[in-house]
Write a protein of this length. Structure first.
Ligand SMILES: [Mn+2]
Length: 337
């Protein structure tokens, strides 16, 4: 069929492409406050727990600005995620105790608990990596609908499995330790992808190893190749509900210059796309992108790549929502016939 859009269709297409027009929202989605009216909720979490690169709280605003251009279809999957599921921008998490991480996480958890209660699955733009744990508590903790641990694909140069520092328990490097200790992350279904850079201590990843996480350092991915890494991740994570947490510092600096804890080397954006697309069919029930420092991003390379990664993960989530809906609508064929 020839591509001949009407003027009205052209206007609509422009809305999804020209990020500088209209009101900026995450992936150009409608703003919504009622979780019952959404399948996937996009949330800004403009919060930084640590003293390091505090301007990570500017992340959601910068991604809203650039990701408005990503209200478009998925080329490789040949689907429109915005048709598959009701995807809405829920605005930012309000936090009264901004400077007190151990209290702020309680407020963040409360916000996500409301969304979980209505059956919506969240995708968050942080903030630093302290943003992940309160979300896990809301969707996998004792008060959640699921009440059980979930699988985890954690992209990061760092394992973030460290104990309390500077008198702070819930700092940006602690979530993947506390998450296991509280039974939110299933250690047998957890992969840490892209670990890279010199170590502050040779024992810094021992918690992950002892917990039973699959560590997939950058050097191993280089050795075994990306397709083999995808197969390994799928093998570890399996069929169950899975969260994708993405620290932008796993990317090479030329693809993500504006990150809080930069390391030399890293995955390229194309390798990340290849991996995310290799996850098709997984039950992705949540995700986040963290550690973006917009004031170091004058070219908007990091914002564009964050937007594109978000578009890919949210498409995986939308396909999972659509599969669930189909399962519900398709009557189970009786075994005795
Ligand atoms: Mn990191």
């Amino acid at each position: 069929m020839p591509f001949e859009p009407t003027p009205e269709e052209l206007l609509k297409m422009g809305e999804g492409f020209f990020y500088w027009q209209g009101i900026p929202t995450l992936l150009g989605c409608e703003l919504e406050q009622d979780p019952a009216k959404a399948d996937i909720v996009l949330v800004g979490l403009p919060w930084t727990s640590n003293l390091i690169e505090r301007t990570q709280y500017l992340g959601p605003r910068a991604v809203r600005h650039r990701s408005k251009a990503y209200h478009r279809k998925h080329r490789e999957f040949q689907v429109d995620p915005f048709e598959l599921a009701r995807i809405r921008d829920f605005g930012d998490v309000p936090i009264q105790t901004l400077g007190l991480p151990d209290q702020a996480v309680l407020e963040v958890e409360q916000f996500y608990a409301k969304l979980d209660g209505d059956g919506a699955v969240p995708f968050t733009i942080g903030g630093d990596h302290a943003c992940t744990l309160p979300v896990l508590r809301a969707i996998a903790g004792p008060g959640s609908c699921r009440k059980g641990p979930i699988g985890m694909i954690h992209f990061d140069s760092h394992s973030d499995t460290y104990g309390a520092v500077w008198g702070i328990t819930h700092h940006a490097g602690a979530g993947f330790k506390i998450g296991k200790e509280e039974g939110l992350i299933d250690p047998e279904r957890c992969v840490q992808v892209g670990l890279n850079g010199p170590m502050s201590d040779l024992a810094q990843e021992d918690f992950s190893k002892e917990a039973g996480y699959r560590l997939l350092p950058l050097t191993e991915i280089r050795e075994i190749s990306v397709p083999a890494a995808i197969a390994e991740i799928r093998c570890v994570v399996g069929e169950g509900p899975t969260f994708i947490s993405f620290d932008l510092d796993v990317l090479t600096l030329s693809d993500a210059p504006a990150v809080a804890d930069p390391e030399a080397g890293g995955l390229t954006i194309n390798e990340v796309f290849q991996m995310l697309r290799g996850f098709r069919g997984m039950e992705v029930v949540g995700g986040d992108i963290v550690c973006f420092v917009p004031h170091l991003d004058p070219s908007m390379i990091t914002a564009i790549h964050a937007s594109a990664i978000m578009h890919d993960i949210v498409t995986l989530m939308a396909e999972a929502v659509a599969r669930k809906r189909e399962e519900k609508e398709t009557p189970v064929v009786s075994a005795a016939r």
